[in-house]
Ligand binder design. Structure first.
Ligand SMILES: NC(=O)c1ccc[n+]([C@@H]2O[C@H](COP(=O)([O-])OP(=O)(O)OC[C@H]3O[C@@H](n4cnc5c(N)ncnc54)[C@H](O)[C@@H]3O)[C@@H](O)[C@H]2O)c1
Length: 337
């Protein structure tokens, strides 16, 4: 085993407690329960001033209560940290703006955004109502986008920002997940695209892909006692908090990337393209069919970090140009005026 992979060496690296957040202000959405609560507690314990946002909904987005956000903010303060509660609904643009203003009014800055708030309605496609679809998309896509749009000008203005979005294993697909997975797919696109936009602004945008025992995941198991025990024992939400704190730190070395936070296992989730097959002749449906096994071979693959890098890879495989990423500006001209 490679020495860096050994648990001993990882433990000794982790025990130094060197990643600190003094001077930083963090907003964590959906921090009144589950994963968000653990993120808020860890960031605050390591010196960040934290806005604990939570509208206090049910798992399916129905209802509202101020109690979860206030309880977690109080928990932080009781242990000597700095936190305020915020009960805005981030699925609305007004709520996201008000939350951002609350952080700025309280502490005059905003350095970290953890886009964590989420709901879950897991049903087969044919059983989803219009309202189910809107509620899920408004929270995951709308909520994440609303918060990004609200904080972006402030982070760009200060030349610093660390953003952690939330994706899901639902991206890999399974039954009952369609609209929830669509929401998380949108968050993936926001993460990779805004990493590019943030590169010149001092803003890094990554995402966590958590697996943790929370009310949301436990309900999804529908009383499966064995899986409930496994999830509860091996995937406490505090483990994912370590990954989020790393991604929220000034020193984070990556942007546009997804980290899998699965209990004590941390990995990377990525989009890859296979080497593929280059034919001498123009492709036909028959040639695609003939080469299909080689086309989808994942033994050799690339992980382009931009459209320009993906384009350069295809060009190189077609025998045109080197593999250097192309510097593309795909902004529509009207937006530049
Ligand atoms: N638990 C898992 O295994 C898992 C797996 C993959 C992804 N996720 C994602 O992680 C995030 C946290 O989930 P969790 O498991 O801790 O769930 P949870 O239900 O315990 O907590 C989610 C919190 O978000 C809040 N919230 C929902 N909509 C909101 C809104 N519009 N404005 C403000 N707050 C809102 C809720 O009130 C709730 O307290 C979600 O985005 C979820 O999709 C969780």
């Amino acid at each position: 085993m490679d020495s860096l992979d050994s648990l001993d060496s990882l433990d000794s690296l982790g025990s130094k407690d060197t990643l600190r957040y003094e001077g930083r202000v963090a907003v964590v959405t959906g921090a009144g329960r589950g994963l968000g609560r653990e993120y808020a507690l860890l960031l605050a314990a390591r010196g960040a001033r934290v806005v604990v946002n939570d509208v206090g909904t049910g798992i399916d987005g129905r209802g509202a209560s101020g109690s979860p956000a206030h309880a977690v903010a109080e928990e932080v303060r009781a242990s000597g940290g700095h936190a305020i509660a915020d009960v805005q609904d981030i699925a609305t643009t007004a709520g996201a703006r008000a939350l951002t203003s609350a952080a700025l009014e309280q502490w005059g800055r905003l350095d970290v955004l953890v886009n964590n708030a989420g709901i879950s309605i897991l049903r087969p496609l044919g059983e989803l109502s219009d309202q189910d679809c809107s509620r899920v998309l408004d929270t995951h896509v709308g909520g994440t986008l609303n918060m990004l749009r609200a904080v972006w000008p402030h982070m760009a203005g200060s030349g610093y920002g660390r953003i952690v979005n939330t994706c899901s294993d639902a991206l890999f697909g399974d039954t009952g997940l369609s609209v929830y997975a669509a929401g998380k797919g949108a968050v993936l696109g926001l993460t990779t695209s805004l990493a590019a936009e943030g590169a010149g602004l001092g803003i890094k945008v990554n995402a966590v892909v958590p697996i943790a025992a929370t009310r949301m995941s436990l309900e999804a198991l529908q009383g499966d006692e064995q899986m409930t025990a496994v999830l509860s024992d091996l995937f406490p939400a505090r483990h994912a908090a370590a990954v989020v704190a790393f991604l929220a730190h000034e020193s984070v070395p990556c942007t546009g990337e997804l980290l899998h936070a699965a209990g004590r296992r941390v990995g990377r989730v990525f989009l890859g393209v296979t080497e593929g097959v280059v034919s001498e002749e123009d492709p036909t449906p028959e040639s695609v069919s003939e080469h299909f096994p080689r086309i989808r071979r994942t033994e050799d693959f690339r992980t382009p970090h931009s459209v320009g890098a993906s384009m350069a890879f295809s060009l190189a495989r077609l025998g045109v140009g080197g593999a250097e990423p192309l510097a593309l500006d795909l902004t529509t001209p009207a937006a530049r005026q």
